[in-house]
Design a protein around this ligand. Structure first.
Ligand SMILES: [Zn+2]
Ligand SMILES: [Zn+2]
Length: 258
Protein backbone atom coordinates (compact mmCIF):
# COMPACT_ATOMS: atom_id res chain seq x y z
CA UNK A 1 0.00 0.00 0.00
CA UNK A 2 1.31 3.43 -0.92
CA UNK A 3 -0.38 5.41 1.84
CA UNK A 4 -0.88 8.66 0.00
CA UNK A 5 -4.13 9.57 1.75
CA UNK A 6 -4.97 9.79 5.42
CA UNK A 7 -8.55 10.03 6.64
CA UNK A 8 -9.38 11.10 10.18
CA UNK A 9 -12.96 10.62 11.33
CA UNK A 10 -14.19 13.88 12.87
CA UNK A 11 -17.80 12.80 13.21
CA UNK A 12 -19.21 9.28 13.04
CA UNK A 13 -22.67 9.75 14.50
CA UNK A 14 -25.95 9.83 12.70
CA UNK A 15 -27.99 13.05 12.87
CA UNK A 16 -27.97 13.03 16.68
CA UNK A 17 -24.54 13.80 18.17
CA UNK A 18 -23.72 12.00 21.40
CA UNK A 19 -20.93 12.04 23.99
CA UNK A 20 -17.58 11.74 22.18
CA UNK A 21 -19.30 11.32 18.83
CA UNK A 22 -20.01 14.28 16.57
CA UNK A 23 -22.09 14.40 13.39
CA UNK A 24 -20.59 13.61 9.99
CA UNK A 25 -17.16 14.99 9.11
CA UNK A 26 -13.98 13.49 7.65
CA UNK A 27 -10.57 15.11 7.36
CA UNK A 28 -8.82 13.88 4.20
CA UNK A 29 -5.14 14.74 3.90
CA UNK A 30 -2.70 14.03 1.10
CA UNK A 31 -0.11 15.72 -1.11
CA UNK A 32 0.24 18.50 1.43
CA UNK A 33 -3.45 19.41 1.26
CA UNK A 34 -6.31 19.10 3.72
CA UNK A 35 -9.92 18.85 2.77
CA UNK A 36 -12.86 18.26 5.05
CA UNK A 37 -15.78 16.25 3.70
CA UNK A 38 -18.89 17.42 5.56
CA UNK A 39 -18.83 19.39 8.79
CA UNK A 40 -21.69 18.27 11.02
CA UNK A 41 -22.59 19.40 14.53
CA UNK A 42 -19.70 19.11 16.98
CA UNK A 43 -17.12 18.14 14.40
CA UNK A 44 -15.22 21.44 14.36
CA UNK A 45 -14.01 20.73 17.91
CA UNK A 46 -12.61 17.44 16.67
CA UNK A 47 -10.99 19.15 13.66
CA UNK A 48 -9.32 21.56 16.07
CA UNK A 49 -7.51 18.60 17.62
CA UNK A 50 -5.52 18.24 14.39
CA UNK A 51 -5.48 21.45 12.42
CA UNK A 52 -6.02 25.15 12.72
CA UNK A 53 -9.05 26.36 10.79
CA UNK A 54 -6.86 28.37 8.42
CA UNK A 55 -4.76 25.34 7.49
CA UNK A 56 -7.75 23.66 5.84
CA UNK A 57 -7.72 24.07 2.05
CA UNK A 58 -11.32 23.15 1.29
CA UNK A 59 -14.58 22.05 2.88
CA UNK A 60 -16.92 19.99 0.69
CA UNK A 61 -20.51 19.42 1.72
CA UNK A 62 -22.29 16.29 0.49
CA UNK A 63 -25.81 17.59 1.08
CA UNK A 64 -27.72 20.22 2.96
CA UNK A 65 -28.95 18.23 5.92
CA UNK A 66 -28.03 19.90 9.20
CA UNK A 67 -25.99 16.94 10.48
CA UNK A 68 -23.62 17.42 7.53
CA UNK A 69 -23.00 21.16 7.42
CA UNK A 70 -23.97 23.07 10.61
CA UNK A 71 -20.39 23.53 11.87
CA UNK A 72 -19.66 25.76 8.87
CA UNK A 73 -20.98 28.50 11.19
CA UNK A 74 -18.46 28.04 14.03
CA UNK A 75 -15.75 27.46 11.41
CA UNK A 76 -16.58 30.92 10.09
CA UNK A 77 -16.03 32.33 13.60
CA UNK A 78 -12.71 30.50 13.88
CA UNK A 79 -11.57 31.96 10.56
CA UNK A 80 -12.84 35.46 11.28
CA UNK A 81 -11.64 35.83 14.85
CA UNK A 82 -8.62 33.58 14.81
CA UNK A 83 -6.00 33.01 15.94
CA UNK A 84 -4.75 32.85 12.36
CA UNK A 85 -1.45 32.18 10.71
CA UNK A 86 -2.44 33.50 7.29
CA UNK A 87 -5.21 35.53 5.66
CA UNK A 88 -6.25 32.91 3.15
CA UNK A 89 -9.97 32.21 2.69
CA UNK A 90 -11.04 28.57 2.89
CA UNK A 91 -12.76 27.16 -0.19
CA UNK A 92 -16.29 26.12 0.75
CA UNK A 93 -17.84 23.87 -1.89
CA UNK A 94 -21.56 23.26 -1.62
CA UNK A 95 -23.87 20.97 -3.59
CA UNK A 96 -26.17 22.54 -6.19
CA UNK A 97 -28.82 24.53 -4.32
CA UNK A 98 -26.72 24.68 -1.16
CA UNK A 99 -25.60 28.28 -1.49
CA UNK A 100 -29.14 29.61 -1.44
CA UNK A 101 -30.08 27.51 1.59
CA UNK A 102 -26.94 28.46 3.53
CA UNK A 103 -27.34 32.16 2.75
CA UNK A 104 -30.91 32.01 4.02
CA UNK A 105 -29.71 30.46 7.29
CA UNK A 106 -26.87 32.89 7.90
CA UNK A 107 -29.02 35.87 6.93
CA UNK A 108 -30.31 35.61 10.52
CA UNK A 109 -26.79 36.49 11.73
CA UNK A 110 -26.00 39.23 9.26
CA UNK A 111 -26.87 42.15 11.57
CA UNK A 112 -23.88 41.21 13.77
CA UNK A 113 -21.59 41.24 10.75
CA UNK A 114 -20.78 44.48 9.00
CA UNK A 115 -19.77 42.62 5.88
CA UNK A 116 -20.47 39.34 4.18
CA UNK A 117 -20.98 36.73 6.90
CA UNK A 118 -19.65 33.84 4.82
CA UNK A 119 -17.55 35.80 2.35
CA UNK A 120 -15.37 37.18 5.16
CA UNK A 121 -14.02 33.69 5.76
CA UNK A 122 -14.74 31.55 2.72
CA UNK A 123 -14.70 31.55 -1.02
CA UNK A 124 -18.13 29.99 -1.46
CA UNK A 125 -18.83 27.96 -4.56
CA UNK A 126 -21.12 25.28 -5.93
CA UNK A 127 -19.44 22.17 -7.27
CA UNK A 128 -20.59 20.54 -10.46
CA UNK A 129 -21.22 16.89 -9.55
CA UNK A 130 -20.54 15.90 -13.15
CA UNK A 131 -17.03 17.33 -13.08
CA UNK A 132 -14.02 16.49 -10.99
CA UNK A 133 -12.74 19.06 -8.54
CA UNK A 134 -9.07 19.47 -7.67
CA UNK A 135 -7.69 20.57 -4.33
CA UNK A 136 -4.00 20.72 -5.17
CA UNK A 137 -3.14 17.16 -6.19
CA UNK A 138 -6.24 15.73 -4.51
CA UNK A 139 -8.81 14.88 -7.17
CA UNK A 140 -12.43 14.60 -6.11
CA UNK A 141 -15.25 13.03 -8.10
CA UNK A 142 -18.92 12.78 -7.20
CA UNK A 143 -21.93 10.52 -7.65
CA UNK A 144 -25.56 11.19 -6.75
CA UNK A 145 -26.85 9.04 -3.90
CA UNK A 146 -30.32 7.79 -3.05
CA UNK A 147 -31.43 10.17 -0.31
CA UNK A 148 -34.20 12.63 0.51
CA UNK A 149 -32.50 15.74 -0.87
CA UNK A 150 -29.84 16.09 -3.60
CA UNK A 151 -26.82 14.33 -2.10
CA UNK A 152 -23.43 13.47 -3.52
CA UNK A 153 -21.02 10.74 -2.49
CA UNK A 154 -17.41 11.67 -3.14
CA UNK A 155 -14.26 9.84 -4.12
CA UNK A 156 -10.88 11.41 -3.41
CA UNK A 157 -7.80 10.17 -5.24
CA UNK A 158 -4.15 11.00 -4.86
CA UNK A 159 -1.22 9.28 -6.56
CA UNK A 160 -3.22 6.11 -7.14
CA UNK A 161 -4.74 5.95 -3.65
CA UNK A 162 -8.50 6.28 -3.33
CA UNK A 163 -11.07 6.91 -0.64
CA UNK A 164 -14.83 6.95 -1.17
CA UNK A 165 -17.41 8.43 1.21
CA UNK A 166 -21.03 7.43 0.67
CA UNK A 167 -22.59 10.45 2.41
CA UNK A 168 -26.21 9.47 3.20
CA UNK A 169 -27.71 6.89 0.90
CA UNK A 170 -29.96 3.91 0.50
CA UNK A 171 -28.27 1.09 -1.45
CA UNK A 172 -27.12 2.75 -4.66
CA UNK A 173 -25.60 1.48 -7.91
CA UNK A 174 -24.09 4.92 -8.50
CA UNK A 175 -22.29 4.86 -5.15
CA UNK A 176 -21.05 1.32 -5.89
CA UNK A 177 -19.66 2.51 -9.23
CA UNK A 178 -17.97 5.51 -7.62
CA UNK A 179 -16.41 3.34 -4.92
CA UNK A 180 -15.06 0.78 -7.41
CA UNK A 181 -11.89 -0.77 -5.93
CA UNK A 182 -11.36 2.06 -3.44
CA UNK A 183 -8.90 1.26 -0.71
CA UNK A 184 -11.19 2.85 1.86
CA UNK A 185 -14.96 3.06 1.64
CA UNK A 186 -16.74 5.02 4.36
CA UNK A 187 -20.35 3.93 4.16
CA UNK A 188 -23.30 4.96 6.22
CA UNK A 189 -25.32 2.48 8.29
CA UNK A 190 -28.15 4.47 9.78
CA UNK A 191 -30.65 1.65 9.91
CA UNK A 192 -31.08 -1.45 11.98
CA UNK A 193 -31.12 -4.45 9.69
CA UNK A 194 -34.67 -5.14 8.55
CA UNK A 195 -35.95 -1.86 9.97
CA UNK A 196 -38.37 0.04 7.84
CA UNK A 197 -36.80 2.93 6.02
CA UNK A 198 -39.23 5.64 5.06
CA UNK A 199 -40.39 5.47 1.46
CA UNK A 200 -38.78 6.46 -0.77
CA UNK A 201 -35.72 5.03 0.92
CA UNK A 202 -32.78 7.22 1.97
CA UNK A 203 -30.53 5.20 4.28
CA UNK A 204 -28.78 1.83 4.56
CA UNK A 205 -28.11 -0.84 7.16
CA UNK A 206 -24.64 -2.25 7.92
CA UNK A 207 -25.61 -5.33 5.91
CA UNK A 208 -26.43 -3.13 2.93
CA UNK A 209 -23.20 -1.17 3.43
CA UNK A 210 -21.39 -4.52 3.33
CA UNK A 211 -23.18 -5.46 0.13
CA UNK A 212 -22.19 -2.17 -1.51
CA UNK A 213 -18.58 -2.73 -0.37
CA UNK A 214 -18.62 -6.25 -1.82
CA UNK A 215 -20.07 -5.12 -5.14
CA UNK A 216 -17.56 -2.25 -5.36
CA UNK A 217 -14.63 -4.56 -4.56
CA UNK A 218 -13.16 -2.18 -1.98
CA UNK A 219 -10.34 -3.17 0.36
CA UNK A 220 -11.68 -1.78 3.61
CA UNK A 221 -15.22 -0.86 4.58
CA UNK A 222 -15.56 1.67 7.38
CA UNK A 223 -19.12 1.64 8.69
CA UNK A 224 -20.19 5.08 9.87
CA UNK A 225 -23.17 7.44 10.50
CA UNK A 226 -24.75 4.89 12.83
CA UNK A 227 -27.07 5.66 15.73
CA UNK A 228 -26.46 5.12 19.44
CA UNK A 229 -28.99 2.30 19.41
CA UNK A 230 -26.74 0.06 17.26
CA UNK A 231 -23.77 -1.62 18.93
CA UNK A 232 -20.42 -1.88 17.20
CA UNK A 233 -20.13 -5.67 17.39
CA UNK A 234 -23.51 -6.10 15.79
CA UNK A 235 -22.67 -3.67 12.99
CA UNK A 236 -19.39 -5.42 12.33
CA UNK A 237 -20.99 -8.88 12.27
CA UNK A 238 -23.67 -7.69 9.85
CA UNK A 239 -21.14 -6.21 7.45
CA UNK A 240 -18.77 -9.18 7.73
CA UNK A 241 -21.55 -11.61 6.90
CA UNK A 242 -21.70 -10.23 3.35
CA UNK A 243 -18.28 -8.64 2.78
CA UNK A 244 -15.02 -10.59 2.90
CA UNK A 245 -12.67 -7.59 2.99
CA UNK A 246 -11.56 -5.61 6.02
CA UNK A 247 -14.32 -4.10 8.14
CA UNK A 248 -13.91 -1.29 10.64
CA UNK A 249 -16.52 0.58 12.65
CA UNK A 250 -15.83 4.31 12.61
CA UNK A 251 -15.14 6.17 15.80
CA UNK A 252 -14.33 9.84 16.16
CA UNK A 253 -10.56 10.39 15.91
CA UNK A 254 -9.93 7.01 14.23
CA UNK A 255 -7.42 7.35 11.41
CA UNK A 256 -7.13 5.30 8.25
CA UNK A 257 -4.48 5.22 5.53
CA UNK A 258 -4.90 4.60 1.83
ZN1 LIG B 1 -26.90 12.31 7.80
ZN1 LIG C 1 -29.05 13.34 5.07
Amino acid sequence: MNEHLRVTVLGSSNAIPRPKRACSAYLIEGAGRALVADLGSGSLGNLNAYRTADSVDAVLISHMHADHFLDIIPLRYALKYGPRTNDKKVALWLPPGGEDLLHRIVSAFVPESSGDFLGDAFTVGTYDPNESLNVGDLRVRFAPTTHYVPTFALRCECAGASVTYSADTAPSDEVVRLAHESELFFCEATLQRGADDSMPRGHSSACEAGEMARRAGVETLVVTHYPATLDEEGLEAEARAVFAGQVAIADDHARYLA
